[in-house]
Design a protein around this ligand. Structure first.
Ligand code: 5AD
Ligand code: SF4
Length: 356
């Protein structure tokens, strides 16, 4: 008889040999109890591919204005209890300088689906490029296709757009007014434009099955995502899903581990939502395949209004203090804070890839 453990060992060996498992096999792995072996294997692959260096990213939540109505998210336009803000260019530049001074190499500019003028964003990207050495990741939701090229030309390096769920049915229920296909087209376009491409999903959405999560993994693998953020769903009181149960730490960690096995070289953050759900979530994620930590550099007066899910604003509070604690936490785990390769080197490498 095949036991859970021998099934798991056999399947993981096949994945590590480069085979893509079927949807049914992945769903069966996700349903297995006692996932320690899975976490441990993903941790070994992470160590082989990324060594012990944890990469840091500084997030600036530049606007909490959003024109969408996602059923899970506190920024949805129907949430009239939320104070809405847009940071000024000077405020964003100050936050970017803080990221640079903290010796972090990437600034992530994040917002709801705000209709900010593309030219204003391009000016901002150029200014950050001129006045700092930061890499720039954008996480601004879906935009007209031409904007992505303009952002790339202005100097953006990466774009994060979570596919949220690979289930078309769930997507259409939970994101009314948003198109499943056009989101996937945008992600394909990022790859074509040679923007480093980030995507990801939520775990524990109401009605989500292990097969749906298996589809998430297969989709991210087929896309060849460069960055993958996987976090548990956390119910927000001012949304239609207020009374649904949250996702679990265990299922989120299983998804992170399988992602590391399927995409060994991807940058995988220990997501903030996992840290909110479980105070030891960050450490557990970093020991189950994750290699990135995101720190919030949004000014204090705006941060509490970027209220995607409850509890978010209470992690990663005061930067110097947070960084010191993080260093200690990483040291205790035998990890260090890593550095991205310098910009020039990355550009040379991608030019080589392009001419292949
Ligand atoms: N719980 C967890 N993550 C959420 N997000 C939005 N709402 C929630 C929630 N309730 C995530 C989505 C989205 C990003 C803005 O935050 O994945 O991409
Ligand atoms: Fe807006 Fe993104 Fe929240 Fe949807 S998930 S409501 S697009 S911020």
């Amino acid at each position: 008889m095949i036991t859970g453990e021998s099934f798991l060992k056999e399947k993981l060996t096949h994945i590590m040999d480069g085979e893509t498992p079927s949807r049914e096999e992945l769903a069966a792995i996700l349903a297995l109890p006692s996932p320690e072996y899975l976490y441990h294997t993903a941790d070994l692959i992470r160590q082989e591919q990324c060594h012990d260096a944890v990469l840091l990213r500084g997030i600036i939540e530049i606007s909490n204005v959003c024109n969408q109505s996602c059923h899970y998210c506190g920024l949805r336009k129907e949430n009239k209890t939320l104070f809405r803000y847009r940071m000024t260019e000077e405020e964003i530049m100050d936050a970017a300088q803080k990221i640079q001074r903290a010796d972090i190499s990437t600034a992530v500019l994040q917002s709801g689906e705000d209709k900010t003028d593309a030219k204003r964003l391009c000016d901002l990207i150029r200014r950050i490029r001129t006045e700092s050495d930061l890499f720039i990741t954008l996480s601004l939701g879906e935009r007209p296709a031409g904007d992505y090229l303009a952002f790339r030309e202005a100097g953006a390096d990466r774009y994060l757009l979570k596919h949220e769920t690979a289930s078309k049915q769930l997507f259409e229920i939970l994101r009314p007014g948003s198109s499943y296909n056009s989101r996937r087209e945008a992600l394909r376009l990022f790859k074509e434009l040679e923007l480093e491409t980030g995507t990801g999903c939520m775990v524990g959405l109401p009605g989500q099955t292990p097969e749906d999560l298996a589809d998430d993994l297969l989709y991210m693998k087929a896309l060849g995502a460069d960055m993958i953020g996987i976090g548990p769903f956390i119910p927000h009181p001012e949304t239609p899903l207020a009374h649904c149960p949250p996702g679990t730490t265990e299922m989120t960690l299983k998804m992170i581990s399988l992602t590391r096995l399927l995409l060994p070289r991807a940058n995988i953050p220990a997501t903030t939502s996992l840290g909110v759900l479980d105070s030891t979530g960050r450490r557990k994620a970093l020991q189950s395949g994750a290699n990135v930590v995101m720190l919030d550099f949004t000014p204090e007066n705006y941060r509490r209004h970027y209220d995607i899910y409850p509890g978010k604003t209470y992690v990663a509070r005061e930067q110097d203090h947070t960084l010191r604690l993080l260093r200690q936490e990483l040291e205790a785990m035998g990890r260090t804070i890593g550095r991205d390769r310098p910009r020039g080197e990355i550009l040379k490498t991608s030019a080589k890839t392009a001419s292949k």
